[in-house]
Design a protein around this ligand. Sequence first.
Ligand SMILES: [Zn+2]
Length: 95
Amino acid sequence: MSRARRRCSWPVEDFVGPKARKGGKAKTCECECGEEVTSRFRPGHDQRLAGQLIRKALAGGRSGTATRRRITALGWDGKLAKSEAKMAKGQAMMS
Ligand SMILES: [Zn+2]
């Protein structure tokens, strides 16, 4: 290591490189569409998946329970609670 000729030796690529390089492994969208992503989802796919899962969870039954677990795993409990509240309100208005 030559301390005398110290120049900016930061590996620049680490800063300007695409996020996909992080970890070096391509990830696929968590909605299971199979598309490669740099974060958890393709833009908009989280919304779509959340909508599908919440509808399923609210429908109840055995798959509803499993779906609720998945929603929790994804960290979307808040979204589900909001939809539940909205649905309860809607039903109250209809009756
Ligand atoms: Zn997707």
